[in-house]
Write a protein that binds this ligand. Structure first.
Ligand code: NDP
Ligand code: AKG
Length: 430
């Protein structure tokens, strides 16, 4: 098989590791920059994060022992508005991963036309190994250390892998206590009790289902006729599975990091939620057969939704995909090589920066509501989300058809062009 390499040839930047999320993000950017005809200076400006912070996060454990974690926050771009993006707790977090995730946030916010740039944060910690009290202390210390970078007008956090609405409540409280008054708009994805928005918890997943339905509609296939496999049963994957099932699709496989499940007649997702609530994993659910994560990728389904970690669809695993549509719930699940294989095999990929943008769309609604201190109904949020996702999908799809490019290139061209236009309009290229 031909080996596809990542473009890491930017002047003046150390080359990211081949196949890493940052290498993938740089290659994607290079492809869109070529389509847009931008020069090397513009390319470099788009590739380079505006600000980064690396902090040490000490934790006194419940046992009395002290341990130290590394934390990061990257503002990739702030030309269209404040930096916006999640906070990740995972053992493998490093600065390059956060740089990639921050860059994808910039394009994502551009694609759904939000008045934000892109940012992301992370702490290299496995949250499963720590008590709630320990995670609260880590979160408060991390927040204190990055205080100079964040704020409701500068950089607004939200949950990502390994964090949740409780994490956001701790960030908001730490920030507010330091400022001396309550500032709900410094984070989104927080609990309703402290100014969260209705619908944020399921927004990413609802957005995934909206764009899947739109992609299927273009092919004349009703959502009720398809089978779906979802990798990852966390905040995004679990609700995506539930919403697919509620809208009449047949969810035949799901997985988490411990393993997967398959039931060709359709998994009872509500009952699975109860099982995961009780055991912490999908494994052992009595309503389906066991399946490995690897095998899930190669299942004969209509729609495959990777909703866990980056890089799961590389050249080898992509070659085994038998789905007709891959809808990227996770950020960066497909490597450059994997993308080429999927394209060659006629698989339509709805890219992450479009497919999972529902989360940041409702985060934006939450921020607007917090700034106005006026709260919208569940229906208003659901309608506005659906409208924005459908409209973004229609724009991306129309461009892809017009220019005979992939949905990923089309989405990136739209997001990158909006960002570059902000640069030129603000006078950076006089
Ligand atoms: N939360 C959000 O609003 C948004 C999230 N995303 C992206 O979606 C993805 C998932 O995020 P989110 O659901 O929030 O994260 P969570 O931490 O809530 O869930 C992650 C899920 O992935 C599973 N997982 C972890 N590692 C593996 C692995 N190697 N193989 C299979 N499954 C694995 C976890 O399993 P286990 O439960 O066993 O730990 C868990 O089910 C990430 O890429 C994130 O960046 C994108 C947009 C918005
Ligand atoms: O809701 C947000 O602000 C960002 C969510 C996120 O981290 C993402 O879209 O990857």
């Amino acid at each position: 098989m031909t080996s596809i390499t990542d473009d890491t040839s930017l002047p003046d930047a150390p080359a990211p590791t081949q196949g890493s999320p940052l290498a993938t993000a740089h290659t994607q950017l290079a492809s869109a920059v070529e389509i847009l005809g931008y020069d090397a200076g513009q390319h470099q400006m788009l590739a380079t994060p505006r600000r980064e912070i690396h902090v040490a996060v000490p934790l006194r454990r419940d046992s009395g022992e002290t341990v130290l974690f590394h934390g990061f926050r990257v503002q990739h771009n702030i030309s269209r508005g404040p930096g916006k993006g999640g906070l990740r707790y995972a053992p493998g977090v490093d600065i390059d991963e956060v740089r990639a995730l921050a860059m994808w946030m910039t394009w994502k916010c551009g694609i759904v036309d939000l008045p934000y740039g892109g940012a992301k944060g992370g702490v290299a910690i496995d949250p499963r190994d720590y008590s709630t009290a320990e995670l609260e202390r880590v979160t408060r210390r991390y927040t204190s250390e990055i205080m100079p970078m964040i704020g409701p007008d500068t950089d607004i956090m939200a949950p990502d892998m390994g964090t949740d609405e409780q994490t956001m409540a701790w960030v908001m409280d730490t920030y507010s206590v330091n400022r001396g008054y309550t500032i709900p708009a410094v984070v989104t994805g927080k609990p309703l009790a402290v100014g969260g928005s209705r619908g944020r918890g399921t927004a990413t997943s609802a957005g995934i289902v909206h764009v899947t339905a739109a992609a299927l509609e273009e092919a004349g296939v009703p959502l009720t006729d398809v089978t779906v496999a979802v990798q990852g049963f966390g905040k995004v994957g679990s609700h995506a599975a539930a919403i697919f099932a509620a809208r009449g699709a047949r969810v035949v496989a799901v997985s988490d990091q411990y393993g997967g499940l398959r039931n060709d007649a359709g998994i009872d997702v509500d009952r699975l939620f109860a099982h995961v609530g009780a055991t912490g994993s999908v494994v052992g659910f009595d309503g389906a057969d066991a399946l490995s994560n690897n095998d899930l990728m190669g299942l004969e389904v209509d729609v495959l939704v990777p909703a866990a970690v980056e890089g799961v669809l590389d050249e080898d695993s992509a070659a085994r995909v038998r789905a007709r549509w891959v809808v990227e719930g996770a950020n960066g699940p497909t490597t450059t090589g994997g993308d080429a294989v999927l394209a060659r095999n006629g698989v339509t990929v709805v890219p992450d920066v479009l497919a999972n943008a529902g989360g940041v769309v409702v985060s934006y609604f939450e921020w607007v509501q917090a700034n106005q201190t006026y709260w919208w109904s569940e229906e208003e949020i659901a309608d506005r989300l659906e409208q924005r996702m459908k409209s973004a999908f229609a724009d991306v799809s129309a461009l892809a058809r017009r220019e005979s490019i992939s949905l990923r290139d089309a989405a990136l061209v739209i997001g990158i062009k909006r960002t570059a236009e902000a640069h030129t309009t603000r006078g950076l290229y006089p």
